[in-house]
Design a protein around this ligand. Sequence first.
Ligand code: AMX
Length: 435
Amino acid sequence: MEMLKQKFKAQADKLGEEIKQILKEHGDTVIGEIKLSQIYQGMRGMIALISETSLLDAQDGIRFRRHTIDELRQKLPKAKEGGEPLPEALFYLMLVGEIPTKEEVDTLSAILQRRSHVPMYVYETMKALPTETHPMTMFVVGIMALQAESVFAKRYAAGMSKKDYWEATFEDTLDLIARIPHIAAYVYRRKYKEGKILHPDGLLDWAGNFAHMLGYDDEEFKELMRLYMVIHADHEGGNVSAHTTHLVGSALSDPYLSYAAGMNGLAGPLHGLANQEVIKWIFEMQRELKTESPTSEQIKQYVEKTLAEGKVVPGYGHAVLRKTDPRFIAQMEFGKKHMPDDPLVNTVWRIYETVPPILQSLGKVKNPWPNVDAHSGALLVHYGLVEYEYYTVLFAVSRALGVLSSLCWDRALGMPIERPKSVTTAAVKRWLNKE
Ligand code: AMX
């Protein structure tokens, strides 16, 4: 742990110096222009943030510290040879910018196991909620209850110096990442398995143990969890969950408060909730068409009906990407390897052949291709995890790796409170001399 912490601190100090120099020499360099339309249209394309952990390219998709999803699947240490990468290895990469050795990852997995204790009162808080509560709400309530454990909050209250913010954030980050799977697994077991809680397996890796605590001990499912936790971890800084975590953290709200805020954003249907919406939409299609395997023509008609009802096709489109999401492709490859004949997975692939031309024909959808959420549910259903309202919690567990490593960077680089300027339309009209 001390080694990882010191490594991170050394990297952060080095980058901090470089940034100081860059700003000294080029601080006044103009890097773009802002159109009026952008401030009314979700700031799309407006460069306004620094996020060190990953960068999204419209064509090639996400790169984590310059590594594509494909490269991560090849280069990151794995639980078993030829298998999927270990998500804690990706966390290491995002945090210190280096691919760890298997030994370094095993040490990190063991540290996370040691720090994973969740106090009883956190479970009791979640238990107080009615079982009908949405899993994302239960999950965030659990995180909020756990906030009492925040090292950052305690040290701040005791008068912590600015130069120690990074360290307290680092401590909270490791504690949170260690504990989050336990809270998430509790939500699942409480809501869907009559509260029968399963004990952790101290010998397993982070994602393998999470699969085990959910109640899925199939080795293939553990592999799926490792892949799932890697591909959902980060998508640069501007998406709702990452940006919210960063924004709330900029007020020096501790990592528990910041992460919980970000996850409330992930719970929106245009963001992380899309994974449950996709499978719900496919199940409804199957029910309405009375078939497990709808034909391309049937899918086409169903998509047209969805659009005619004024709804979006879930799992398709993206604010930045302009090609099929490599995270979709990675899941497709997993499906082809492990379940090529699964009817639901095949339906997802048939939807992939059918939807893009329809969305393209609307003339307004900027990206007609599938995103990560178009595929994930079908793989989970294959292994029996059919409770789709839970899917966004899985996304949230993974997203912790990205948004919390980013938060460590924010505090280590001394990022200030975020406070952009807003204007009224009346002010806009005055600029344009329309008033
Ligand atoms: N189905 C139907 N219409 C769509 C669409 C889709 N999948 N994607 C975009 N559109 C529509 C928009 O609603 C908008 O219509 P409007 O002008 O009538 O309001 C128009 O096309 C232009 O939108 P855009 O510029 O292409 O997209 P955006 O950047 O504003 O929004 C996103 C991006 C993802 C919210 C949008 O594509 C969408 O709603 N997709 C479906 C939900 C989804 O899959 N979300 C998950 C995204 C990934 C993630 O965060 N997990």
